[in-house]
Design a protein around this ligand. Sequence first.
Ligand SMILES: *[C@@H]1O[C@H](CO)[C@@H](O)[C@H](O)[C@H]1NC(C)=O
Ligand SMILES: *[C@@H]1O[C@H](CO)[C@@H](O)[C@H](O)[C@H]1NC(C)=O
Ligand SMILES: *[C@@H]1O[C@H](CO)[C@@H](O)[C@H](O)[C@H]1NC(C)=O
Ligand SMILES: *[C@@H]1O[C@H](CO)[C@@H](O)[C@H](O)[C@H]1NC(C)=O
Ligand SMILES: *[C@@H]1O[C@H](CO)[C@@H](O)[C@H](O)[C@H]1NC(C)=O
Length: 364
Amino acid sequence: MNAALLILSSIFQPFSVSTPILCLQNTTATFDDLIACFYNYTVPQQYYSEDTYVAAQPSSDQLLAWEALVSSLLSVDGNCTSVVVPEAIADIYGVSLFTDSTSGLQYCIASELNALDGVYANGWGLVAVPATYDAVELTVHLAAPHPIFDGPTALQAAALFSATGARSLLISGRHREAYDTQSDCVIPTSATTVYYKTDPTHDVNEPFHSASTAILEWQRANGGCPSDSCAIIQLHGKAETSCPTDAMFMSSGIGSSTSSVAWYTDSTDRPIKRLKNALIQSFAPWNVSLPSDSSCSLTATDNVFGRLVNGIDASKVCTHAALANTTTGEFVHIEQAWQSTSPDAYEGWAEALVEAFGGAGEGK
Ligand SMILES: *[C@@H]1O[C@H](CO)[C@@H](O)[C@H](O)[C@H]1NC(C)=O
Ligand SMILES: *[C@@H]1O[C@H](CO)[C@@H](O)[C@H](O)[C@H]1NC(C)=O
Ligand SMILES: *[C@@H]1O[C@H](CO)[C@@H](O)[C@H](O)[C@H]1NC(C)=O
Ligand SMILES: *[C@@H]1O[C@H](CO)[C@@H](O)[C@H](O)[C@H]1NC(C)=O
Ligand SMILES: *[C@@H]1O[C@H](CO)[C@@H](O)[C@H](O)[C@H]1NC(C)=O
Protein backbone atom coordinates (compact mmCIF):
# COMPACT_ATOMS: atom_id res chain seq x y z
CA MET A 1 0.00 0.00 0.00
CA ASN A 2 1.43 3.40 -0.83
CA ALA A 3 1.63 6.20 1.73
CA ALA A 4 -1.38 8.11 0.48
CA LEU A 5 -3.57 5.03 0.56
CA LEU A 6 -2.28 4.14 4.02
CA ILE A 7 -3.27 7.57 5.32
CA LEU A 8 -6.65 7.38 3.63
CA SER A 9 -7.36 3.92 5.01
CA SER A 10 -6.36 4.95 8.52
CA ILE A 11 -8.65 7.97 8.32
CA PHE A 12 -11.59 6.06 6.97
CA GLN A 13 -11.22 2.85 8.93
CA PRO A 14 -13.72 1.80 10.05
CA PHE A 15 -15.88 3.58 7.53
CA SER A 16 -18.53 5.37 9.57
CA VAL A 17 -21.68 7.17 8.59
CA SER A 18 -22.49 10.24 10.65
CA THR A 19 -26.17 11.06 11.06
CA PRO A 20 -27.95 13.66 13.18
CA ILE A 21 -29.86 12.34 16.20
CA LEU A 22 -33.43 13.49 15.72
CA CYS A 23 -35.12 12.33 18.94
CA LEU A 24 -35.91 15.90 20.02
CA GLN A 25 -37.89 16.55 16.87
CA ASN A 26 -40.59 14.12 17.94
CA THR A 27 -43.38 16.39 19.15
CA THR A 28 -45.71 13.51 20.04
CA ALA A 29 -43.24 12.02 22.52
CA THR A 30 -43.38 12.21 26.28
CA PHE A 31 -40.18 12.90 28.20
CA ASP A 32 -39.84 9.17 28.89
CA ASP A 33 -40.34 8.36 25.17
CA LEU A 34 -37.64 10.89 24.36
CA ILE A 35 -35.17 9.24 26.69
CA ALA A 36 -36.07 5.83 25.23
CA CYS A 37 -35.19 7.22 21.81
CA PHE A 38 -31.78 8.50 23.01
CA TYR A 39 -31.17 5.27 24.91
CA ASN A 40 -31.01 3.44 21.58
CA TYR A 41 -27.80 5.34 20.76
CA THR A 42 -25.92 4.04 23.83
CA VAL A 43 -22.43 2.93 22.83
CA PRO A 44 -22.72 -0.88 23.06
CA GLN A 45 -20.62 -3.51 24.76
CA GLN A 46 -17.19 -4.15 23.21
CA TYR A 47 -17.67 -1.41 20.65
CA TYR A 48 -14.48 0.60 20.95
CA SER A 49 -11.01 -0.17 19.73
CA GLU A 50 -8.21 1.76 21.39
CA ASP A 51 -8.30 4.27 18.51
CA THR A 52 -12.04 4.82 18.50
CA TYR A 53 -12.11 5.10 22.32
CA VAL A 54 -9.37 7.72 22.27
CA ALA A 55 -11.14 9.57 19.46
CA ALA A 56 -14.41 9.63 21.41
CA GLN A 57 -12.82 10.84 24.68
CA PRO A 58 -12.90 14.60 25.37
CA SER A 59 -9.72 16.66 25.12
CA SER A 60 -8.93 18.65 28.25
CA ASP A 61 -10.61 21.74 26.71
CA GLN A 62 -13.65 19.72 25.79
CA LEU A 63 -13.86 18.26 29.28
CA LEU A 64 -13.89 21.73 30.83
CA ALA A 65 -16.54 22.77 28.31
CA TRP A 66 -18.63 19.69 29.15
CA GLU A 67 -18.47 20.43 32.89
CA ALA A 68 -19.36 24.07 32.24
CA LEU A 69 -22.31 22.97 30.12
CA VAL A 70 -23.64 20.71 32.88
CA SER A 71 -23.33 23.58 35.37
CA SER A 72 -25.08 26.06 33.12
CA LEU A 73 -27.90 23.59 32.55
CA LEU A 74 -28.48 23.38 36.30
CA SER A 75 -28.75 27.18 36.42
CA VAL A 76 -31.51 27.22 33.81
CA ASP A 77 -34.64 28.94 35.07
CA GLY A 78 -36.93 29.62 32.14
CA ASN A 79 -33.98 30.48 29.93
CA CYS A 80 -33.00 27.13 28.40
CA THR A 81 -32.81 28.56 24.92
CA SER A 82 -30.21 31.11 26.11
CA VAL A 83 -27.70 28.45 27.08
CA VAL A 84 -24.72 28.68 24.79
CA VAL A 85 -22.86 25.42 24.25
CA PRO A 86 -19.15 26.21 24.72
CA GLU A 87 -17.35 26.37 21.42
CA ALA A 88 -15.05 23.43 22.21
CA ILE A 89 -18.05 21.08 22.11
CA ALA A 90 -20.51 23.03 19.98
CA ASP A 91 -20.21 20.41 17.20
CA ILE A 92 -20.87 17.58 19.64
CA TYR A 93 -23.62 18.77 22.02
CA GLY A 94 -26.81 20.73 21.73
CA VAL A 95 -29.15 22.20 24.34
CA SER A 96 -32.88 22.01 23.69
CA LEU A 97 -36.11 22.91 25.35
CA PHE A 98 -38.43 19.91 25.16
CA THR A 99 -42.13 19.81 25.98
CA ASP A 100 -43.64 16.53 27.18
CA SER A 101 -46.56 15.86 24.85
CA THR A 102 -48.76 14.48 27.64
CA SER A 103 -47.92 16.44 30.81
CA GLY A 104 -47.01 19.68 29.01
CA LEU A 105 -44.01 19.95 31.39
CA GLN A 106 -40.86 21.43 29.90
CA TYR A 107 -37.31 20.22 30.24
CA CYS A 108 -33.93 21.61 29.27
CA ILE A 109 -31.76 18.88 27.82
CA ALA A 110 -28.09 18.66 26.87
CA SER A 111 -27.66 15.85 24.40
CA GLU A 112 -25.39 14.66 21.67
CA LEU A 113 -26.05 15.92 18.16
CA ASN A 114 -24.69 13.09 16.05
CA ALA A 115 -24.45 9.35 15.78
CA LEU A 116 -21.83 7.31 13.96
CA ASP A 117 -23.32 4.13 12.53
CA GLY A 118 -26.33 4.52 14.79
CA VAL A 119 -24.29 4.93 17.99
CA TYR A 120 -23.53 8.14 19.93
CA ALA A 121 -20.48 9.67 18.24
CA ASN A 122 -18.99 10.47 21.67
CA GLY A 123 -21.17 8.86 24.35
CA TRP A 124 -20.44 11.35 27.13
CA GLY A 125 -23.98 11.24 28.45
CA LEU A 126 -27.28 13.05 28.54
CA VAL A 127 -28.31 15.64 31.14
CA ALA A 128 -31.81 16.99 31.74
CA VAL A 129 -33.33 19.46 34.20
CA PRO A 130 -36.82 20.90 34.63
CA ALA A 131 -36.97 24.07 32.51
CA THR A 132 -37.79 26.32 35.48
CA TYR A 133 -36.81 26.30 39.17
CA ASP A 134 -40.50 26.33 40.04
CA ALA A 135 -40.92 22.95 38.37
CA VAL A 136 -38.28 21.39 40.63
CA GLU A 137 -40.16 19.46 43.30
CA LEU A 138 -37.29 17.50 44.85
CA THR A 139 -33.63 18.37 45.33
CA VAL A 140 -32.72 14.92 44.14
CA HIS A 141 -30.23 14.24 41.37
CA LEU A 142 -30.85 10.92 39.63
CA ALA A 143 -28.20 9.16 37.61
CA ALA A 144 -27.89 5.96 35.62
CA PRO A 145 -24.19 5.14 35.18
CA HIS A 146 -24.60 1.70 33.61
CA PRO A 147 -27.22 1.75 30.85
CA ILE A 148 -28.06 -1.66 29.37
CA PHE A 149 -25.56 -3.55 31.54
CA ASP A 150 -27.66 -2.75 34.63
CA GLY A 151 -30.95 -3.51 32.91
CA PRO A 152 -33.40 -0.71 32.17
CA THR A 153 -32.06 1.63 34.92
CA ALA A 154 -31.62 4.49 32.43
CA LEU A 155 -35.32 4.36 31.56
CA GLN A 156 -36.18 4.00 35.24
CA ALA A 157 -34.08 7.04 36.18
CA ALA A 158 -35.84 9.06 33.47
CA ALA A 159 -39.28 7.92 34.62
CA LEU A 160 -38.55 8.76 38.26
CA PHE A 161 -37.07 12.12 37.29
CA SER A 162 -40.14 13.12 35.29
CA ALA A 163 -42.62 11.62 37.77
CA THR A 164 -41.17 13.43 40.79
CA GLY A 165 -39.85 16.71 39.36
CA ALA A 166 -36.35 15.81 40.50
CA ARG A 167 -33.50 18.31 40.20
CA SER A 168 -31.53 16.58 37.45
CA LEU A 169 -31.15 13.46 35.37
CA LEU A 170 -27.82 12.13 34.14
CA ILE A 171 -27.51 9.06 31.92
CA SER A 172 -24.23 7.63 30.71
CA GLY A 173 -23.94 7.32 26.93
CA ARG A 174 -21.83 4.19 27.08
CA HIS A 175 -22.21 0.58 28.08
CA ARG A 176 -19.96 -0.12 31.06
CA GLU A 177 -17.91 -2.47 28.90
CA ALA A 178 -17.98 -0.39 25.70
CA TYR A 179 -14.19 -0.44 25.73
CA ASP A 180 -13.16 -3.88 26.85
CA THR A 181 -9.91 -2.81 28.48
CA GLN A 182 -9.15 -2.68 32.18
CA SER A 183 -9.22 0.69 33.85
CA ASP A 184 -6.04 1.87 35.53
CA CYS A 185 -8.09 3.86 38.06
CA VAL A 186 -9.74 1.48 40.53
CA ILE A 187 -8.02 -1.92 40.59
CA PRO A 188 -10.45 -4.41 42.12
CA THR A 189 -9.28 -6.48 45.06
CA SER A 190 -11.08 -9.55 43.71
CA ALA A 191 -9.18 -11.38 40.99
CA THR A 192 -12.44 -12.27 39.21
CA THR A 193 -13.63 -8.65 38.89
CA VAL A 194 -12.58 -6.35 36.05
CA TYR A 195 -13.37 -2.65 35.93
CA TYR A 196 -13.31 -1.32 32.38
CA LYS A 197 -12.18 2.08 31.16
CA THR A 198 -15.73 2.94 30.12
CA ASP A 199 -17.14 2.15 33.57
CA PRO A 200 -17.75 5.64 34.98
CA THR A 201 -18.15 4.43 38.55
CA HIS A 202 -14.59 3.09 38.56
CA ASP A 203 -12.77 5.34 36.08
CA VAL A 204 -12.47 9.09 36.59
CA ASN A 205 -11.74 9.71 32.90
CA GLU A 206 -15.32 8.94 31.95
CA PRO A 207 -17.29 12.11 31.09
CA PHE A 208 -20.17 10.76 33.19
CA HIS A 209 -17.90 11.12 36.23
CA SER A 210 -17.06 14.70 35.25
CA ALA A 211 -20.75 15.47 34.85
CA SER A 212 -21.48 13.92 38.26
CA THR A 213 -18.75 16.09 39.76
CA ALA A 214 -20.14 19.22 38.10
CA ILE A 215 -23.58 18.39 39.54
CA LEU A 216 -22.12 17.92 43.03
CA GLU A 217 -20.18 21.18 42.86
CA TRP A 218 -23.18 23.07 41.51
CA GLN A 219 -25.44 21.76 44.27
CA ARG A 220 -22.92 22.52 47.00
CA ALA A 221 -22.52 26.07 45.65
CA ASN A 222 -26.27 26.61 45.31
CA GLY A 223 -27.89 25.97 48.66
CA GLY A 224 -25.85 22.87 49.46
CA CYS A 225 -27.26 19.38 49.69
CA PRO A 226 -28.97 19.33 53.10
CA SER A 227 -29.46 15.89 54.54
CA ASP A 228 -33.16 16.43 55.21
CA SER A 229 -34.08 17.19 51.60
CA CYS A 230 -31.30 16.40 49.14
CA ALA A 231 -29.43 13.45 47.67
CA ILE A 232 -27.45 12.41 44.64
CA ILE A 233 -28.71 8.98 43.70
CA GLN A 234 -27.18 6.38 41.40
CA LEU A 235 -29.55 3.70 40.14
CA HIS A 236 -27.95 0.35 39.47
CA GLY A 237 -29.27 -3.10 38.61
CA LYS A 238 -27.80 -6.35 39.83
CA ALA A 239 -27.71 -9.87 38.47
CA GLU A 240 -30.40 -12.24 39.73
CA THR A 241 -27.72 -14.34 41.37
CA SER A 242 -26.17 -11.38 43.27
CA CYS A 243 -27.62 -10.81 46.71
CA PRO A 244 -30.81 -12.65 45.65
CA THR A 245 -32.73 -11.96 48.87
CA ASP A 246 -32.41 -8.17 48.48
CA ALA A 247 -34.80 -6.46 46.06
CA MET A 248 -33.04 -3.18 46.83
CA PHE A 249 -29.64 -2.96 48.44
CA MET A 250 -28.56 0.59 49.21
CA SER A 251 -25.28 2.08 50.32
CA SER A 252 -23.87 5.56 50.86
CA GLY A 253 -20.46 4.40 49.65
CA ILE A 254 -19.22 2.92 52.91
CA GLY A 255 -19.40 -0.78 53.63
CA SER A 256 -19.82 -2.97 56.68
CA SER A 257 -16.88 -2.11 58.91
CA THR A 258 -17.84 -1.46 62.53
CA SER A 259 -17.70 2.32 62.08
CA SER A 260 -19.74 2.11 58.84
CA VAL A 261 -22.40 -0.11 60.41
CA ALA A 262 -22.60 2.41 63.25
CA TRP A 263 -23.11 5.17 60.65
CA TYR A 264 -26.04 3.28 59.11
CA THR A 265 -27.61 2.38 62.46
CA ASP A 266 -27.06 5.44 64.69
CA SER A 267 -29.87 7.86 65.51
CA THR A 268 -28.79 10.50 62.94
CA ASP A 269 -31.38 11.12 60.22
CA ARG A 270 -29.83 10.40 56.83
CA PRO A 271 -31.18 10.29 53.26
CA ILE A 272 -30.55 6.57 52.92
CA LYS A 273 -32.43 5.75 56.12
CA ARG A 274 -35.48 7.77 55.09
CA LEU A 275 -35.44 6.26 51.64
CA LYS A 276 -35.19 2.75 53.05
CA ASN A 277 -38.23 3.34 55.29
CA ALA A 278 -40.20 4.88 52.43
CA LEU A 279 -39.31 1.99 50.07
CA ILE A 280 -40.46 -0.52 52.66
CA GLN A 281 -43.81 1.29 52.76
CA SER A 282 -44.07 1.09 48.96
CA PHE A 283 -42.72 -2.39 48.42
CA ALA A 284 -43.30 -4.65 51.43
CA PRO A 285 -42.63 -7.60 51.54
CA TRP A 286 -39.52 -7.01 49.43
CA ASN A 287 -36.26 -6.74 51.34
CA VAL A 288 -34.82 -3.24 51.25
CA SER A 289 -31.38 -3.48 52.85
CA LEU A 290 -28.39 -1.42 53.91
CA PRO A 291 -24.91 -2.81 54.58
CA SER A 292 -25.96 -3.00 58.22
CA ASP A 293 -28.83 -5.38 57.34
CA SER A 294 -27.40 -7.66 54.67
CA SER A 295 -24.10 -9.32 53.84
CA CYS A 296 -24.48 -8.26 50.19
CA SER A 297 -21.06 -7.19 48.93
CA LEU A 298 -22.35 -4.52 46.49
CA THR A 299 -21.52 -1.72 48.93
CA ALA A 300 -20.09 0.74 46.36
CA THR A 301 -16.96 1.35 48.41
CA ASP A 302 -15.06 1.33 45.06
CA ASN A 303 -17.36 3.93 43.49
CA VAL A 304 -15.19 6.90 42.51
CA PHE A 305 -18.00 9.44 42.68
CA GLY A 306 -19.18 8.09 46.03
CA ARG A 307 -15.65 8.48 47.34
CA LEU A 308 -15.52 12.07 46.11
CA VAL A 309 -18.85 12.97 47.70
CA ASN A 310 -17.67 11.34 50.91
CA GLY A 311 -14.67 13.57 51.32
CA ILE A 312 -11.87 11.81 49.46
CA ASP A 313 -9.76 14.27 47.51
CA ALA A 314 -10.37 14.12 43.74
CA SER A 315 -6.73 13.15 43.18
CA LYS A 316 -7.16 10.03 45.36
CA VAL A 317 -10.58 8.62 44.47
CA CYS A 318 -9.08 5.80 42.37
CA THR A 319 -7.18 4.41 45.32
CA HIS A 320 -8.72 5.59 48.60
CA ALA A 321 -12.01 4.38 50.02
CA ALA A 322 -14.16 6.74 52.07
CA LEU A 323 -14.36 6.53 55.84
CA ALA A 324 -17.52 6.78 57.90
CA ASN A 325 -16.36 9.88 59.74
CA THR A 326 -16.30 12.00 56.55
CA THR A 327 -19.29 10.39 54.82
CA THR A 328 -21.99 12.95 54.26
CA GLY A 329 -24.94 10.79 53.20
CA GLU A 330 -25.53 12.87 50.05
CA PHE A 331 -24.53 9.89 47.93
CA VAL A 332 -27.05 7.05 47.68
CA HIS A 333 -26.14 4.00 45.61
CA ILE A 334 -29.00 1.61 44.90
CA GLU A 335 -28.59 -1.92 43.63
CA GLN A 336 -31.80 -3.45 42.40
CA ALA A 337 -33.33 -6.74 41.39
CA TRP A 338 -35.14 -6.70 38.05
CA GLN A 339 -38.59 -6.28 39.61
CA SER A 340 -37.47 -3.04 41.26
CA THR A 341 -36.43 -1.54 37.91
CA SER A 342 -39.57 -2.58 36.06
CA PRO A 343 -42.21 -0.02 35.02
CA ASP A 344 -44.61 -1.70 37.49
CA ALA A 345 -42.44 -0.31 40.30
CA TYR A 346 -42.19 3.30 39.04
CA GLU A 347 -45.18 4.51 41.03
CA GLY A 348 -43.98 2.98 44.30
CA TRP A 349 -40.54 4.40 43.68
CA ALA A 350 -41.84 7.90 42.96
CA GLU A 351 -43.94 7.83 46.15
CA ALA A 352 -40.93 6.73 48.17
CA LEU A 353 -38.73 9.52 46.76
CA VAL A 354 -41.37 12.13 47.53
CA GLU A 355 -41.84 10.69 51.02
CA ALA A 356 -38.08 10.71 51.71
CA PHE A 357 -37.16 14.06 50.14
CA GLY A 358 -40.34 16.06 49.65
CA GLY A 359 -41.14 16.95 53.22
CA ALA A 360 -38.55 19.06 54.95
CA GLY A 361 -37.04 21.79 52.84
CA GLU A 362 -39.69 21.95 50.12
CA GLY A 363 -36.27 22.09 48.57
CA LYS A 364 -35.46 23.69 45.28
C1 LIG B 1 -42.43 9.68 18.35
O1 LIG B 1 -42.64 9.15 19.66
C2 LIG B 1 -43.72 8.25 19.73
C3 LIG B 1 -43.88 7.87 21.19
O2 LIG B 1 -42.72 7.25 21.64
C4 LIG B 1 -43.43 7.04 18.85
O3 LIG B 1 -44.51 6.15 18.90
C5 LIG B 1 -43.18 7.50 17.43
O4 LIG B 1 -42.77 6.40 16.67
C6 LIG B 1 -42.09 8.56 17.40
N1 LIG B 1 -41.98 9.10 16.06
C7 LIG B 1 -40.86 9.14 15.39
C8 LIG B 1 -40.89 9.77 14.03
O5 LIG B 1 -39.80 8.68 15.84
C1 LIG C 1 -35.02 1.40 19.78
O1 LIG C 1 -34.51 0.40 18.95
C2 LIG C 1 -35.33 -0.75 18.89
C3 LIG C 1 -34.60 -1.81 18.10
O2 LIG C 1 -34.03 -1.28 16.95
C4 LIG C 1 -36.68 -0.37 18.27
O3 LIG C 1 -37.51 -1.50 18.23
C5 LIG C 1 -37.31 0.69 19.14
O4 LIG C 1 -38.50 1.16 18.54
C6 LIG C 1 -36.38 1.87 19.32
N1 LIG C 1 -36.98 2.74 20.31
C7 LIG C 1 -37.04 4.03 20.14
C8 LIG C 1 -37.71 4.79 21.24
O5 LIG C 1 -36.58 4.61 19.18
C1 LIG D 1 -30.69 31.71 33.44
O1 LIG D 1 -31.26 32.34 34.59
C2 LIG D 1 -30.58 32.03 35.80
C3 LIG D 1 -31.42 32.59 36.93
O2 LIG D 1 -31.67 33.94 36.73
C4 LIG D 1 -29.17 32.60 35.73
O3 LIG D 1 -28.46 32.29 36.92
C5 LIG D 1 -28.46 31.94 34.56
O4 LIG D 1 -27.17 32.48 34.41
C6 LIG D 1 -29.25 32.16 33.28
N1 LIG D 1 -28.63 31.36 32.22
C7 LIG D 1 -28.46 31.82 30.99
C8 LIG D 1 -27.82 30.89 30.04
O5 LIG D 1 -28.81 32.93 30.65
C1 LIG E 1 -35.68 -11.40 52.73
O1 LIG E 1 -34.42 -11.82 53.21
C2 LIG E 1 -34.45 -13.02 53.97
C3 LIG E 1 -33.03 -13.33 54.42
O2 LIG E 1 -32.48 -12.25 55.06
C4 LIG E 1 -34.99 -14.15 53.15
O3 LIG E 1 -35.11 -15.29 53.94
C5 LIG E 1 -36.34 -13.78 52.58
O4 LIG E 1 -36.76 -14.77 51.68
C6 LIG E 1 -36.25 -12.45 51.83
N1 LIG E 1 -37.57 -12.04 51.38
C7 LIG E 1 -37.87 -11.83 50.12
C8 LIG E 1 -39.27 -11.39 49.83
O5 LIG E 1 -37.05 -11.97 49.22
C1 LIG F 1 -11.49 9.65 60.47
O1 LIG F 1 -10.99 8.41 60.92
C2 LIG F 1 -9.65 8.14 60.47
C3 LIG F 1 -9.30 6.70 60.83
O2 LIG F 1 -9.94 6.25 61.96
C4 LIG F 1 -8.71 9.17 61.08
O3 LIG F 1 -7.39 8.92 60.65
C5 LIG F 1 -9.16 10.56 60.61
O4 LIG F 1 -8.36 11.55 61.22
C6 LIG F 1 -10.62 10.80 60.95
N1 LIG F 1 -11.04 12.03 60.27
C7 LIG F 1 -11.83 12.93 60.83
C8 LIG F 1 -12.20 14.10 59.99
O5 LIG F 1 -12.25 12.81 61.98
